[in-house]
Design a protein around this ligand. Structure first.
Ligand code: FAD
Ligand code: NAD
Length: 466
């Protein structure tokens, strides 16, 4: 039996960020995760491998686009085993790094799976090496989430994949059905389509990326529409049957279609079924999320929870920040997780990003807002990139002129959105953004010029204030 001040269960971006900060603050910390090094879903089978593949897809897309500028590379020849090795090495480098950081910070890393014995005791089934009992003053549960697989989409056939299987890149199927037009469906669907698969996307609701503003999604949808073979909205899969030559899929109607592979990407389920959790006062809500307050406390005073397991948005950076909040609270600081803006980025081409209040949410809440949009067709930088399809949008309080939300679609939107987060967190108003000198020629100017649009004074668009 060993004892620690803090144990963190789960080594994803929530868990390892928490463990590292706790060690930096001088706490004695143990971190438990089944993998050999910290990283969690994000690094091993989520954000990082998908972005490595999307980087390659972007390169292929740009090489094809270059034809329009008089430069021809010809069709790419893809060496799948090399591509897989590149992706796997990216993951290895990053997880090797987190492993080193564990050692530097003297965090006790226990490779295994934890179960809860009581509010101050864990049992860890060590990977391949027996069981260990650990007592703790505080625990942070950061057990993340797993792909949701509704019964109608569950088929015991390797040709039906979840995101983890799809990231393995088993082959480039001639035809791929992607179920779910959300983050994963569009990101991984784009990778496969760019590599040569004929991709069909089916989305249950009336539009792709249901959480984002439609004017932004429209720009992405146009391009996705030309990259994919078909995008079927308001459509669900009603039956799937394995056949020798593929998976036969029925979409509500009488017709069925055969696909070489299917990727199911219909959301993720929180990993809250931790054995022994019911021996504590920790509550799990009806959607399976562990209930916490704004200090990340559960109803059991010794136990905190963070990341995907406590609720949406299921994003790595949200998990990390919650982790840091939990640790600071445990260290005795009077802090809370109260962000004004959590950025969301879909790493497609074009990228789509937003933070803070969306226009759709404002409408739903009946809140009066002003909208200022700057079309990238008026951006010098976008024209040099031959990518004028982008849009930058501000959601503002019409009276205080404060920036409440930012939305972006276009190449690099995922980098640009950070300025929006800073503006919202600092309580910036349209004048602040307008007066901040942005470098020329860059896409960042679209942020400044969208503030100028708000005043009817944008240099590069003529839109007088009414
Ligand atoms: P996780 O990363 O899920 O880690 C939880 C860890 O806990 C896992 O290692 C798990 O094995 C371990 N665990 C579970 N139970 C136990 C137990 N009982 N004992 C010990 N260990 C346990 N987010 C972004 O922000 N940007 C992106 O670009 C992005 N891309 C994604 C792409 C894909 C394909 C997927 C699937 C997800 C993506 N996400 C992205 C989401 C992101 O991965 C998650 O939001 C993030 O990993 C959540 O972090 P976490 O720390 O809460 O948990
Ligand atoms: P998602 O919630 O983003 O999208 C799921 C989509 O599937 C939705 O549009 C939903 O309407 C649709 N859907 C649900 N049931 C369906 C059905 N039966 N048939 C057809 N469509 C159906 O979920 P995801 O794409 O699986 O990703 C899970 C989560 O992982 C995301 O919500 C996000 O939090 C995280 N993630 C983030 C990134 C990123 O930050 N770039 C990338 C990948 C994943």
């Amino acid at each position: 039996m060993s004892a620690t001040q803090l144990v963190v269960v789960g080594g994803g971006p929530g868990g390892y960020a928490a463990a590292f900060l706790a060690a930096d603050l001088g706490l004695h910390v143990a971190l438990v995760d089944p993998e050999v090094n910290p990283g969690g879903v994000c690094v091993y089978r989520g954000c990082i491998p998908s972005k490595a593949l999307l980087h390659v897809a972007k390169l292929i897309g740009e090489a094809r686009h270059a034809k329009a500028w008089g430069v021809e590379f010809g069709e790419p020849r893809v060496d799948l085993s090399k591509l897989r090795a590149f992706k796997d090495n990216v993951v290895k480098r990053l997880t090797g790094g987190t492993g080193q950081l564990v050692k530097h910070r003297k965090v006790t890393y226990i490779q295994g799976t934890a179960t809860i014995a009581d509010p101050h005791t864990l049992r860890v089934a060590r990977t391949g090496a027996g069981e260990e009992t650990l007592t703790f003053e505080h625990a942070i549960l950061a057990t993340g989430s797993v792909p949701a697989m509704p019964p109608a989409l569950r088929l015991d056939d390797p040709r039906v994949m979840d995101s983890t299987a799809a990231l393995e890149l088993p082959d480039i199927p001639k035809s791929l059905l992607v179920v779910g037009g959300g983050y994963i469906g569009l990101e991984l669907g784009s990778v496969y389509a760019t590599l040569g698969s004929a991709v069909t996307v089916v989305e249950m609701t009336g539009g792709l990326l249901p959480g984002a503003d439609r004017d932004l999604v429209d720009v992405l949808a146009k391009r996705i529409g030309s990259l994919m073979t078909a995008v079927l909205l308001n459509t669900t899969v009603t039956a799937m049957a394995p056949e020798r030559d593929g998976v036969r899929v029925t979409f509500g109607g009488p017709d069925a279609q055969l696909f070489d592979r299917v990727l199911v990407a219909v959301g993720r389920r929180p990993n809250s079924r931790i054995p022994g959790l019911d021996s504590t006062r920790v509550k799990v809500n009806e959607r399976g999320f562990i209930a916490v307050d704004e200090q990340m406390r559960t109803d059991e005073p010794s136990i905190f929870a963070i990341g995907d397991v406590v609720g949406e948005p299921m994003l790595a950076h949200k998990a990390s920040h919650e982790g840091r909040t939990a640790v600071e609270v445990i260290a005795g600081e009077n802090v809370a997780f109260e962000p004004r803006a959590i950025p969301a980025v879909v790493f497609t081409d074009p990228e789509l990003a937003w933070c803070g209040l969306t226009e759709a949410q404002a409408q739903k809440d009946g809140r009066k807002v002003a909208i200022a949009k700057f079309p990238w067709a008026a951006s010098g930088r976008a024209i040099t990139l031959d990518r004028t399809d982008g849009l930058t949008k501000l959601v503002l309080d019409p009276d205080s002129e404060r920036i409440l939300g930012v939305g972006l679609v276009g190449p690099g939107a995922g980098e640009l959105i950070a300025e929006g987060v800073l503006a919202i967190e600092m309580g910036a108003n349209a004048t602040d953004l307008k007066l901040s000198i942005h470098p020329h020629p860059t896409l960042t100017e679209t942020m400044m010029e969208s503030a100028e649009v708000f005043f009817g004074q944008a240099t590069h668009v003529y839109r007088p204030k009414r």
